[in-house]
Design a protein around this ligand. Structure first.
Ligand code: HEM
Length: 419
């Protein structure tokens, strides 16, 4: 470190929540691998370090995940905390339902949920504009849509009765606040533990019931899934469903809002997308780079590892700053520019394990729900663009973010011309 180098910024401060990008630049330029006391880990912020580290499964593990998640999700370990053969076997069991053909079966579900949530808003606003109550249609995209949409899709995929969606949303919110409870608020801990119990009492009898049936829903299919004699028992399925809720709800919710926010701030690109939907994949790929909501993920060293001159001892933790790596100018040209026409990353790979962006992680634990989230995002955006022209940020709207781990917009107030 040179004498004039700025001190390493702390990515767990309120200032960081407001604007993390200058901090990431300081980290990348002056402290690419640096010890961070609050997380008891080394922060790693350059793309060139993060990408290969994610793919080095021999020397890094995710065993710490069970301590972080197990308390809320269930006692059976989920795949996030597994390694080696056990992890591959578990992924092989569930992957077929979340990629290509298996996922196609849930496409009608996704479309149904997008419509069920957005249609009443569009109808309400069309009426208000026609009656002259408002000049333009309004929509708080986060409150009225994205915060509910992916959780409702999960409930639908699981084949739960509509009356229970509210319960699922409640448990989901409790899981999220439990996992994000950096300050250790006892009320949130209590709520998370209650949700764990409530979800277990609700879902275990349902899993038992579906074991004997031939249903087409996600739970029934998990009950029947078998690869080379390996199957999931009821507790495994319960923990996995809770993980899906957590990993798939909050993420798609905020990624969708972040991408739409970037689009409305770039009206020329939004218009280009509205006019030519073949740009949808490019827009989503750029969103996964420019405004990837998962800020960091962690790994634990199985042995002493030398990362570019810094030795992390066996048992030591690293924090891979995905969002910082995604804006690394050593890898992406003019990285703070949102550009759906970008040519320095491949759209065709953006939703695969070989993506150029870091938004889904990488390597063995790369996001299992990337294709599901892609379908959710494109379905929602298409439906929105079909019904709302000239989308803009509402007058007086100011973006506010929360979440150190998953960076999320607290609201997204939009106006538009109803179509
Ligand atoms: C845009 C939305 C999403 C983002 C940004 C996202 C991000 C991520 C990231 C960064 C990881 C890697 C974690 C690590 O390596 O430690 C991950 C893993 C995972 N994601 Fe997603 N995710 C999204 C949507 C979903 C959805 C919809 C599901 C629902 C099934 C899901 C399920 C999972 C699971 C189960 C894992 C763990 C995989 C493993 O450990 O092998 N994700 N996700």
């Amino acid at each position: 470190m040179s004498v004039s180098a700025p001190r390493p910024p702390d990515p767990l401060t309120p200032e960081h929540l407001v604007d993390p990008w200058p901090n990431y630049e300081i980290l990348r330029d002056h402290h690419p691998i640096v010890w961070h006391e609050p997380t008891q880990s080394w922060l790693i912020s350059r793309y060139e370090h993060i990408r290969p580290l994610l793919r080095d499964q021999t020397r890094w593990s995710t065993e710490h995940m069970q301590d972080q998640l197990g308390l809320a999700l269930g006692d059976a370990p989920t795949m996030t905390a597994m390694d080696g053969k056990q992890h591959s076997a578990r992924r092989s069991l569930v992957s077929p339902f979340l990629f290509t053909g298996g996922l196609d079966l849930f496409t009608p579900t996704i479309e149904r949920r997008a419509k069920a949530l957005l249609e009443p808003v569009f109808a309400r606003e069309r009426e208000a504009v026609a009656a002259g109550t408002r000049e333009r249609g309004r929509l708080d995209f986060v409150t009225e849509f994205s915060s509910v949409y992916p959780v409702d899709i999960m409930a639908d995929m699981m084949g739960l009765p509509g009356r229970d969606y509210g319960l699922l949303r409640e448990w989901y919110n409790a899981f999220i606040t439990f996992v994000g409870n950096i300050a250790g608020d006892p009320v949130l801990i209590e709520r998370g533990l209650k949700a764990k119990q409530g979800f277990g009492e609700y879902i275990l009898p349902l899993i038992a019931e579906r074991r004997s049936g031939d249903g087409d829903d996600f739970i029934s299919r998990l009950c029947r899934a078998e690869v080379e004699g390996d199957r999931m028992d009821d507790e495994d399925i319960r923990s996995f469903l809770a993980l899906m809720l957590l990993a798939g709800g909050e993420t798609t919710d905020h990624q969708l809002a972040a991408l739409l926010h970037a689009l409305v701030q770039h009206p020329d690109q939004l218009q280009a997308l509205a006019d030519d939907r073949s740009l949808m994949d490019d827009a989503m790929a750029e969103g996964m780079r420019y405004c990837a909501i998962v800020q960091f993920i962690q790994r634990t060293a199985r042995e002493d590892v030398d990362i570019d001159g810094t030795v992390v001892p066996a048992g030591g933790k690293i924090t891979l700053m995905l969002a910082a790596g995604n804006r690394d100018p050593r890898r992406f040209e003019d990285p703070d520019r949102f550009d759906i026409h970008r040519t320095d990353h491949a759209t065709s790979r953006a939703f695969t394990g070989n993506a150029d962006h870091l938004g889904f992680g990488g390597g063995r634990h790369v996001c299992l729900g990337m294709q599901l989230s892609k379908r959710e995002v494109e379905t929602a955006l298409n439906h929105l663009l079909d019904n709302a022209a000239d989308l803009r940020l509402a007058d007086g709207y100011r973006a506010e973010h929360e979440g150190f781990f998953v960076r999320s917009l607290t609201s997204l107030d939009l106006t538009y011309t109803p179509r």
